[in-house]
Ligand binder design. Structure first.
Ligand SMILES: Cc1cc2nc3c(=O)[nH]c(=O)nc-3n(C[C@H](O)[C@H](O)[C@H](O)COP(=O)(O)OP(=O)(O)OC[C@H]3O[C@@H](n4cnc5c(N)ncnc54)[C@H](O)[C@@H]3O)c2cc1C
Length: 556
């Protein structure tokens, strides 16, 4: 049985504009699960070089580029090393590359401004921005607007577990993006706001990118095009060719005042307080925030036509919130309401099929299917991306195969699909045990907690490692063998065999990455002068893939 989409009476809690935005997102979700999304055709390829096209046509394009709004003032017609389309997470990499002296252009179809709602991350992860000299220590402290400890992980019927220093820091995206924007411009970067990417042609010697603003169109040239246009990216959609996502993480939530100070001392990373309903296991997440308390309701879904709407889920949030937080809705003042439908594809991160184009951020699907924390994933991978992209530009290794090495297979992400599957209740199967998900998660997290922070923390931070995972599984199997064995019929034999392959890869990646640390292969590579640039580039990407793919990126 699926939930009928009822009229949920959201207007009691939300302004008309928010409901209209929710319904707009619902139309996308409706088209997605009914297979009605059209495949954009924004990328074309040609064998003709840009050099051949030069002359009259080049100067016409340059004049037209001057007409495009904003581009009029900022963009100098000419060739960019990198053009980043989409400024939200794109500005992080753009600023790092501009600091290296590369000629970088950012195209943002709106104003480059962070959202009002904080991004939650850990302090240790955030330090990456200081290490890359994108923020000073003082700016880092200003960007952090809330911090709390500890956070709870709990499942209906099992004892709560408490962890420290995971997603416990709230970053102000407005300040962060504004600071990075200034850093980017100071380093010589060029920013075109209210200018949209509308298409590109990949030539053997560069990419010509079409921009549009207020009905004006223009073209610029770049050596490398970076797609940072998020889940709605037309480039990613063209590359995926209408493939249905393997899973959806649906999230709704708010930041509100009206909680008592005691209620707002701690957070929840993952909490379920009821059995399966509407063919879903609901989870809660909560954070003390600068101006209130953030609470999210989320669930994992298979994208089938009969699944409920985002609007229905928003109504579920308001229905269940009083019980979850022990509050009266009338006492709350909702400052902001947020929502998202995050598609996840097993075939991730997305390796684009074209030369000279690379996807980053949400459009690349690089984060774990369990997480909707794309900012955190981007920050964790920023130094890797910065090194890899600048090296690709230096060595002119911008062909498809080389760029695909920058978004490699990561076994530590691939293994999380099994967990995602155990938390999803397939719509085409009857629910025979409405507490199955809670019981399994209770056992697994209980086993992880017994292993200590060393086992639990990497899992909660998308840095799953072989040793910790093996230990948690062994402990969970010993403590509750029947509960764990039930995963086999629930998930199926073929997916389990596939998972075993990723699990063994995780082991191999871990061993090889530890060996690299001891043998100092990366440092030796720096000293090798005779190695052709493409070989050196590929070797370094393999070393990166081993480290990040084994969840060892937080080590050392
Ligand atoms: C409710 C909710 C809570 C979240 N909480 C967290 C959290 O606590 N921690 C965390 O790490 N993450 C969190 N996230 C996820 C995080 O917000 C996203 O991962 C992040 O915003 C992704 O950034 P992006 O730049 O890849 O994509 P987007 O945010 O989608 O940004 C894409 C950018 O590209 C621009 N763009 C689009 N099309 C074009 C075009 N044609 N031309 C030019 N520009 C274009 C857009 O204007 C936009 O600026 C949350 C998300 C939601 C919905």
């Amino acid at each position: 049985m699926t939930a009928a989409d009822s009229s949920p009476g959201l207007d009691r809690y939300l302004p008309a504009e928010t409901i209209a935005n929710l319904r707009r997102a619902d139309r996308y979700w409706d088209d997605l699960r009914h297979g009605r999304l059209t495949i954009p055709q924004v990328i074309a390829t040609t064998d003709q070089t840009l050099a051949d096209l030069k002359g009259d046509q080049g100067s016409k394009s340059a004049r037209k580029a001057k007409k495009a709004k904003n581009a009029t003032d900022r963009s100098q017609p000419g060739r960019y090393d990198v053009t980043v389309c989409g400024g939200t997470l794109g500005i992080l990499l753009a600023a790092a590359l501009a600091q290296r002296g590369l000629k970088v252009l950012v195209l943002e179809r709106g104003n480059l401004r962070g959202r009002d709602q904080e991004w939650n991350i850990s302090r240790q992860e955030l330090r990456e921005l200081v290490d890359l000299e994108l923020l000073t220590e003082k700016q880092l402290e200003t960007a952090i607007v809330s911090e709390y400890n500890p956070a709870r992980v709990g499942f209906h019927g099992s004892p709560d577990r408490w962890v420290r220093d995971v997603l416990n820091v709230g970053v102000d995206p407005v300040y962060l993006l504004d600071t990075l924007k200034k850093r980017f411009l100071k380093a010589g970067g060029e920013l075109c706001e209210n200018v949209a990417f509308s298409g590109a042609i990949v030539h053997p010697d560069g990419v010509s990118v079409k921009l549009s603003a207020d009905g004006d169109e223009a073209t610029i040239e770049t050596r490398l095009l970076i797609d940072a246009m998020g889940h709605g990216s037309p480039i990613a959609a063209q590359a995926r060719q209408g493939a249905t996502p393997d899973s959806i993480c649906m999230v709704v939530g708010s930041c509100a005042t009206g909680f008592t100070p005691e209620q707002n001392q701690t957070g929840d990373l993952m909490l379920s307080n009821q059995p399966i309903v509407n063919h879903c296991q609901y989870f809660w997440e909560a954070f003390p925030a600068r101006d209130g308390r953030t609470t999210y309701l989320f669930t994992y879904l298979d994208p089938r036509p009969d699944r409920f709407s985002l609007e229905f889920f928003a109504a579920e949030y308001f229905r269940l919130l009083p019980d979850y937080q022990n509050i009266n809705l009338d006492d709350l003042d909702v400052k902001r309401f947020l929502f998202g439908v995050f598609p996840a594809y097993r075939d991730s991160p997305l390796r684009l099929p074209w030369n000279r184009i690379l996807a980053i951020g949400d459009s690349s699907g690089g984060q774990s299917p369990l997480s909707f924390g794309g900012f955190g994933a981007m920050v964790r991978h920023l130094s890797r991306l910065d090194r890899a992209v600048s090296e690709a530009l230096r060595g002119d290794t911008l062909d498809r195969a080389s760029l695909q090495l920058i978004q490699p297979y990561q076994p530590n992400i691939a293994v999380t699909w099994l967990f995602q599957q155990t938390m999803t209740v397939p719509l085409d199967r009857p629910v025979t045990d409405s507490d199955a998900v809670n019981r399994l998660l209770g056992s697994v997290f209980g086993a992880m907690a017994a292993g200590g922070d060393r086992v639990m923390q990497p899992f909660l931070q998308d840095m799953v490692q072989f040793g910790g995972l093996l230990e948690a599984m062994a402990r969970a199997t010993l403590a509750a063998p029947l509960t764990v064995m039930r995963v086999v019929p629930q998930v199926g034999v073929a997916p389990l065999l596939d998972w075993t392959r990723h699990f063994l890869s995780l082991a191999a990646y871990g061993v090889l990455s530890a060996w690299d640390d001891r043998a100092g292969v990366a440092q030796r590579l720096d000293g090798m002068t005779g190695l052709p640039p493409d070989r050196a580039f590929a070797l370094r990407r393999w070393l990166d893939a081993l480290r990040y793919g084994s969840g060892r990126d937080g080590i050392g």
